[in-house]
Design a protein around this ligand. Structure first.
Ligand SMILES: *Cc1c(COP(=O)(O)O)cnc(C)c1O
Length: 398
């Protein structure tokens, strides 16, 4: 590839998409790819969704940007709708998932500070977590590969092994203020947290006066077939970070909280220039129009079932390629027997996009508007990729 003027932080596939329609992306040369990565769980309503396009266009003709020094009605409306649909009373809008987590971390620390416990700034997180790329969120995620070379780890994040209750209980001390967890580890390899474990976390937080912070940046906004993934466990958090799917492709996030958990966040304590921008809010409201419509989440669950069953059948047919199927709703993971990158490129040869995750997993995250027929088309393409890889395996072992 020619020298690029971009930072070398991404190893990019040589694909140039010019436009999208629903679950499809079209290259400059007119090739159509089935997009089951959705920009890593971002384009929840599909590409060029007419309702989102209209919402963005009509806002663009009115006003693009307003400072948070003034009232922004679309922002107020989106906060109200999110509050009505969830555990939360209040929302703070950000530009990204990592910033939503930053706000969640600050909200939790400030809560204990305002209660006279500034020492309770420690947050317990779980191995394999991913919470973003800022200095604080790489410390929260705790993955060495993301912290290496970036100076001392930000203080106040204590990590315990995934799913280890004893280690968790042992790690809680007088400095602990909160627990932070993804209901399903996305980038960590589509690893769901068992429902009983989620309920146990809620119980521990209630008993010890800790705040439960959920990172639903990837799992939220219908991705798992519920509006938020924690609903599967029948519990609610005190604070929650969201992003990705809520913008449908327009970059923004939010930190949601109960009034109590947000009680330390007073005027001047935290802020943002772009967060809650009218263009972003118009898109967020348009996404909610779609995701909260009657029957939408039910349809996500129905299509997810078709897809899941199809993947289970492929696992049985191609044991040399597929080890396990995991996940919930339309956040699915194929744990591969071959290198996951080989399966992804095999799928790309079949003109289908998916995303790598940790633990040798291929993440499948189609737009939530995917139909059963499109899911079956996806399955056919994975099947062809698995056939090719199986043939290569046989050739190698012969
Ligand atoms: C993507 C992601 C983030 C970071 O979001 P950005 O918008 O990239 O900052 C944080 N947490 C989880 C679970 C994510 O999937």
């Amino acid at each position: 590839m020619a020298e690029t003027a971009l930072f070398d932080t991404f190893a990019r596939a040589p694909l140039r998409f010019e436009r999208g329609e629903g679950v499809w992306l079209v290259t400059e040369s007119g090739e159509r790819y089935l997009d089951f990565g959705a920009g890593v769980a971002v384009t929840s309503c599909g590409h060029a969704n007419p309702h989102l396009v209209e919402a963005l266009k009509s806002q663009a003709e009115k006003v693009w940007h307003l400072s948070n020094l003034y009232e922004i009605p679309e922002q107020e409306r989106l906060a109200r709708r999110l509050a009505e649909a969830t555990f939360a009373d209040k929302a703070f809008f950000t530009n990204s998932g990592a910033e939503a987590l930053e706000c969640a971390i600050k909200t939790a620390r400030r809560y204990h500070y305002s209660k006279g416990h500034p020492e309770k700034f420690h947050i317990i997180t779980f191995e394999g977590a991913f919470h973003g790329r800022t200095i604080a969120t790489i410390a929260a995620g705790g993955q060495e590969k993301y912290m290496e070379g970036f100076g001392p780890k930000a203080q106040g994040f204590d990590q315990v092994p995934f799913g280890d209750l004893d280690a968790l209980n042992a790690a809680i001390n007088e400095n602990t203020g909160a627990l932070l967890i993804e209901p399903i580890q996305g980038e960590g390899g589509v690893r769901p947290v068992p429902k009983e474990f989620m309920r146990e976390l809620r119980r521990i937080c209630d008993e010890k006066g800790l705040l439960l912070i959920l990172d639903e940046v990837q799992t939220g906004v219908g991705r798992t077939g519920k509006l938020f993934a924690h609903e599967w466990a029948g519990i609610t958090p005190d604070i929650m970070a969201i992003a990705k799917g809520i913008g449908g492709g327009f970059p923004f996030g939010a930190c949601l909280a109960t009034a109590e958990a947000a009680s330390g966040m007073k005027p001047g304590i935290h802020g943002t220039t772009y967060g809650g921008n009218p263009l972003a809010m118009a898109c967020g409201n348009a996404v909610l129009d779609i995701v909260l419509a009657d029957g939408f989440l039910e349809n996500v669950r129905d299509v997810a079932l078709v897809f899941r069953q199809g993947l289970a059948a492929l696992k049985d047919r191609f044991p040399a390629v597929i080890e396990e199927i995991r996940g919930e709703g339309l956040l699915l993971g194929i744990k591969a027997k071959v290198p996951a990158g080989d399966l992804i490129s095999g799928m790309r040869d079949e003109k289908m996009l998916a995303v790598m995750a940790g633990d040798n997993v291929v993440r499948i995250l189609p737009p939530l508007v995917v139909t059963a027929e499109e899911a079956r088309e996806g399955l056919r393409r994975i099947e062809r990729a698995a056939e090719t890889l199986t043939a290569e395996q046989l050739k190698k072992s012969a």
